[in-house]
Write a new protein. Structure first.
Length: 276
């Protein structure tokens, strides 16, 4: 083969390679990975709770889990301060509607103010500490389309026992109505330090038939199997849900406080962001 033929062959090879790379680049340009947009958020930058985004729940009956606190709307228990939502538990024998309980605390929700079907729900928060202390970031169905709990589901983004500062849990509740309900989930343990040392970002990425839990941007649990006795998969997690944030005291999940548990205890939330 002549030198000219070799040069022409090399040029053709380079041109073909160039065309292939260009075509792949065009394919990537034409079909990019879709990006989610921020659709709802609260950075807690003001000096009071934004009631267009949050409702404060009053509850004197232990939240259905044999909890020991009473949830109030007092700023002592629920407030915005120094750029954080503060849910604060006290041992102060508080009464609401004729019911007095040894402990008081706070619980807020976005129902009818922020309701979503699918997306990324992200909360940056710092945990309290102590036996019997139970903060949670969770979601409930807004419409209960498939029936009462847990036919219409529950998504626990993060639960934490104050006596185990290295561990959080992520859980789904579904199946039949209580007591025929089911649940599935997992635990995540920090390699060093505790969840009460600093803020961490807790999130779920929720899509049809799949929910992925992450902490500080790193996935740690994926669930793709669940059911509702009243509908086909992916029910019940195919309807709109709202977000709840609360700090409970006692209950079957954590047990009662002991003589080493100090009060007040603060559950601090830096921000809430929802992407779709």
């Amino acid at each position: 083969m002549s030198l000219n033929s070799l040069v022409c062959s090399a040029c053709c090879t380079l041109l073909c390679l160039s065309d292939f790379i260009s075509a792949r680049a065009q394919e990537q340009t034409v079909a990019p990975v879709p990006k989610m947009k921020l659709v709802w958020s609260d950075e807690f930058d003001g000096d009071s709770l934004n009631y267009s985004k949050w409702g404060v729940q009053e509850n004197a009956f232990g939240g259905g889990n044999q909890e020991l606190q009473i949830f109030t709307d007092r700023t002592k228990n629920v407030r915005v301060e120094n750029g954080h939502l503060v849910l604060e538990a006290h041992r102060d024998n508080t009464g609401v509607s004729g019911t007095v309980r040894e402990y008081s605390s706070g619980r807020v929700r976005t129902k009818h103010r922020g309701d979503w079907k699918y997306g990324r729900i992200e909360v940056r928060a710092k945990m309290p500490i102590g036996q019997g202390i139970w903060p949670a970031i969770w979601m409930l169905p807004t419409d209960d389309k498939y029936g009462g709990w847990a036919l219409s589901g529950e998504i626990d983004i993060m639960e934490y026992r104050g006596q185990n500062q290295k561990q959080i849990l992520g859980t789904l509740h579904y199946g039949g109505g209580w007591p025929n309900n089911k649940y599935s989930g997992a635990e995540f343990d920090l390699k060093s330090g505790s969840f009460s040392d600093d803020f961490h970002t807790f999130a779920i990425d929720w899509q049809e038939g799949k929910i992925v839990w992450s902490i500080d941007g790193k996935p740690w649990q994926t669930q793709t199997k669940w059911h509702s006795d009243n509908a086909k998969f992916p029910a019940p997690f195919d309807q709109r849900f709202h977000l709840l944030l609360n700090l409970s005291v006692g209950g079957h999940f954590v047990g009662a406080p002991n003589d080493k548990t100090t009060f007040p205890q603060k559950f601090l939330i830096d921000y809430v962001r929802v992407y779709q």
